[in-house]
Design a protein around this ligand. Sequence first.
Ligand code: SF4
Ligand code: SF4
Length: 255
Amino acid sequence: MGDLHFDCTMCGQCCHGLRLPLSLAEARLWLDKGGTVQLMCEAHPWPEEPADGDALGHYRRARTFAAQSGGLPVRIMVTLVAAFAGPCPFLLPDMRCGNYAERPRVCRIYPAEMNPFAVLKPAGKACPPEAWNDANPLLARNGEAVAPETVAIVAAARATSIEDGRAKERLCADLGIAVAALGNEGYVAHSPNPAALRAALAGLENARPFRSVAWTVASNRSATIAMLEAAGAQSLLAADGDAGASDYIGFFPAG
Ligand code: SF4
Ligand code: SF4
């Protein structure tokens, strides 16, 4: 795979039609500036803890919280995202970022990957060919970022995603969010009222007790629903774009 040299051409293509992953602190900032934040929820059945060598299992465990769906133990992954169709609300007409000093970490490291299991491939990025010129600074080696500033930001973001994991259980409880898509099949995107979300995020600073909620696992496929019911889960057959008051975003056709 070799070395990837990169320099941003400021084409602005990466600032359109996105769900940008945010930390809890970044979500507060985004809301304060008038942006829209959603909670993308997925449920992973968790019959037992991952084995020592299961790197993906341990990575996922550190970023989720334990919950129950009927009789099925699950772990819930909640990803807060800045959501927008079309250009980012902060993108200026000349394609500069109007939120440069406070842009989320994911913007600072693009086109590098936050996920350690994802390999950086120019073909999967919005950047034009001229951005990947060998005369540009070295960004990545064998698909993994090596540019020091990028490596530092990615490390900080990964640490924050672990710190945020447990607080997200309370955030969902406070917002009454309790429906998640079956992991690896899709997401349920919840769009809470911005004022309610801002208040719930602010409330995370007070260490008061809260009651764990029972989760419902959604899918757009009847075979998955049958499997979930056989496993004792509380399930919901969702049409794409509809999981109760939220949007179901499936990776596979409904069936
Ligand atoms: S915050 Fe700035 S860098 Fe990030 S998507 Fe918006 S315009 Fe682009
Ligand atoms: S798509 Fe790539 S080259 Fe274009 S603005 Fe974004 S990071 Fe820069």
